[in-house]
Design a protein. Structure first.
Length: 255
């Protein structure tokens, strides 16, 4: 099928979060593409709309299979069906994980500069933000591993929010970098929640799922993914939490 990425769609006066601005403003603050959503996706939504009833819905096996197949085919990582938890968005998922997997007053480590909503998810749950700032040499960002290890070793640090690929710097972390982070977090008993919502937008760079590094790192990880950035579906409110560890998954999924 042919796709037209040159078509312009006027989104003014459509209740668009991005384009509800003044005429002389250019909104560049939200990750919302202006390409139309793929025809195949629109057709599937159209069939559901035409059915005419929108009651309570269960998640079919085909849904889980589509996720597993995509990651195995695209990223060489097998996601088991039982690892997958459906949720309505990565942001509420991270906030819920912070609340369920840490205690009030705990440190939650981030790597600034990073997506600002991470801070809200921490502070609004009465946890403390602890940043191991990324280093910028004028060309690219890197990790200060001494600073990272010092802050992970603090007994009050119980969770790290990793951004892979990193938003907003656009860094696609290498396998070696992710391995170092994962091993440090295991060493100091710090759980990792990895926001990987931008994993399919890497412009030819090789993306490595954090949980694919090793079985040990997978067992100390929670990964948040969604099709919304890749396929321009943010308004559909669909995402997933991937939790290989049975006990952690039970805790994340509790009411």
């Amino acid at each position: 099928m042919q796709y037209n990425f040159s078509k312009l769609t006027n989104r003014f006066n459509t209740n668009s979060l991005k384009w509800d601005v003044n005429n002389n403003e250019l909104p560049m603050w939200v990750a919302d593409m202006d390409f139309e959503t793929a025809p195949e996706i629109r057709e599937a939504i159209r069939k559901k709309v035409d059915f005419g009833i929108y009651g309570y819905t269960i998640i079919p096996d085909e849904y889980y299979l589509s996720i597993s197949n995509w990651w195995e085919r695209r990223h060489n990582f097998k996601i088991e069906k039982e690892w997958i938890l459906f949720c309505t968005g990565v942001v509420p998922a991270i906030s819920s994980i912070v609340r369920k997997m840490t205690r009030e007053g705990d440190n939650v480590l981030v790597q600034a500069p990073v997506y600002n909503i991470f801070y809200n998810s921490i502070v609004n749950n009465n946890r403390k933000v602890l940043s191991s700032d990324l280093c910028f040499d004028g060309k690219e960002y890197s990790i200060d591993y001494e600073d990272l290890e010092r802050k992970l070793s603090d007994p009050a640090t119980t969770l790290m929010i990793l951004c892979n690929p990193h938003n907003p710097i656009g860094k696609v972390w290498s396998k070696e970098t992710l391995k170092k982070i994962g091993e440090l977090c295991i060493k100091y008993n710090v759980l990792v929640v990895s926001d990987e919502i931008h994993c399919d937008l890497t412009y030819g760079n090789s993306y490595t799922p954090f949980a694919s590094i090793s079985p040990e790192i997978a067992q100390n990880s929670i990964t948040c993914i969604a099709p919304t950035k890749t396929f321009n579906l943010a308004g559909v409110q669909s995402s997933n939490i991937i939790v290989p560890n049975d006990e952690i998954r039970r805790m994340v999924n509790r009411g």
